[in-house]
Ligand binder design. Structure first.
Ligand code: CTP
Length: 383
């Protein structure tokens, strides 16, 4: 096919690495010497997926049910300043390979001949389980590679080769990583926390002592990171575990420094609030009052990190939420003539609390209680 349209096409990077390691991979990167976009359209006639093209960059993405193919026209890249994104020009496969981070990612498979092209001895490093850079300025050019080296090392169980480790440590002590934007740093952390088993990788962050200065002196938690939450978003849950030891001032500093998404911010403050009220988690009402309105990922993180007593309280809360559902709802309040407003939630919460404490039991009790609160509101009184 590549012959037909007069280009050379190569599968490059992670897919070739993972194939040699017998690991499954659904992401295929193809580098084309020539018109990558034309190649992508012809390829998609065979794959019959959905295609997205970026003419400006000479790139295309094909998605099928089982895999994703990213196609780029081969390019040359160079860095003007450490920590900045690279400048890009058209180039050959060799240029494309040269700009890559580690030898294990520098392998290419010629689509025409099915031959592996191995300019930098990547196969040997795969065999010897080594992460190796090919030039001494690799980490200076792109300090996020420090995180990448650690991530591959933890994920694949590979060692960082001696000279590469020397360069990595030198780059850390020169402070290159601290010139990288907050968004790029957090992106690396999210990639790490999205790994199947991030714990070992986070331990390496600590081992190389990059955590304190990056993260406002927080003592990063390195335990339980391979777990998943009972319910909710796994990345948010692991993010909360990662920053579990942050105290109030740390959280304020992190928020100033990083542009966390809304749910991540509220997760951090939920953890803080739960921790502050931990000694109150004794009876149903205080358990309910402390945990209601908290993100499920925050509750899950506390459950994972704390002792048996706290775990029991949280289990109680799960029971309450599961069993103690009200039989009445907003419609019942509307029928009594109150206009929809946040007061609905207040009333339902009050009644649920009465149910949790055992003061009321069935629908009849709930209606009685509802009438009582609605009358109070109508009289302009607080409930
Ligand atoms: N790359 C790089 N420096 C970076 C990011 C990426 O050199 N800061 C190169 C790597 O050689 C990598 C390729 O770009 O092989 C594609 O990047 P990415 O998709 O992140 O990596 P994969 O090799 O596909 O690895 P993963 O299994 O983590 O997806």
């Amino acid at each position: 096919m590549s012959e037909k349209i007069g280009v050379n096409a190569y599968i490059v990077g992670g897919y070739v690495r993972d194939k040699l390691l017998n690991l499954e991979s659904n992401d295929i990167d193809i580098t084309v010497e020539g018109d990558g976009i034309k190649f992508a359209f012809v390829l998609n006639e065979i794959l019959d997926g959905t295609i997205e093209v970026h003419d400006k960059f000479g790139t295309a993405k094909i998605k099928t049910e089982n895999f994703q193919v990213d196609i780029v026209s081969a390019r040359k890249e160079y860095y003007d300043h450490s920590g900045m994104l690279p400048v890009v020009e058209r180039g050959s496969l060799a240029d494309d390979i040269k700009r890559r981070d580690f030898t294990i990612n520098m392998l290419a498979l010629d689509v025409k001949t099915n031959q592996i092209i191995d300019i930098y001895n990547g196969q040997n490093d795969i065999k010897n389980k080594l992460i190796r850079v090919v030039h001494d300025k690799s980490f200076v050019d792109d300090p996020t590679r420090i995180f990448r080296a650690i991530r591959y090392s933890g994920r694949l169980g590979f060692k960082i080769e001696q000279h590469t480790e020397y360069l990595l440590k030198e780059s850390i002590s020169n402070g290159d990583i601290f010139n990288v934007s907050a968004d790029r740093i957090m992106n690396e952390i999210y990639l790490i926390l999205s790994e199947k088993k991030p714990e070992q990788i986070v331990k390496l962050i600590k081992y190389y002592k990059i955590d304190k200065r990056l993260f406002c002196d927080v003592n990063i938690n390195t335990t339980n990171l391979n777990t998943s939450p009972k319910k909710g978003d796994i990345l948010l849950y692991r993010f909360l575990l990662f920053f579990y030891n942050a105290v109030k001032e740390d959280i304020d500093c992190l928020i100033k420094k990083y542009n966390f998404k809304r749910e991540y911010l509220s997760g951090l403050s939920d953890i803080y609030n739960i921790k502050m009220n931990m000694s109150n988690l004794t009876d149903n009402i205080s358990i309910y009052n402390t945990l209601k309105d908290k993100r499920i990922e925050a509750i899950s993180a506390v459950y994972t990190m704390e002792n048996l007593n706290i775990r029991r309280a949280i289990e109680k809360y799960y029971d309450i939420m599961e069993l103690q559902k009200l039989e009445i709802n907003g419609e019942d309040i509307k029928r009594l003539g109150l206009q929809p407003s946040p007061v609905y939630k207040q009333i339902l919460d009050k009644i649920l609390l009465d149910k949790v404490s055992g003061k009321i039991k069935d629908r009849e009790d709930e209606i009685k209680s509802l009438l009582y609160y609605v009358e109070k509101i109508k009289r302009g009184e607080k409930i």
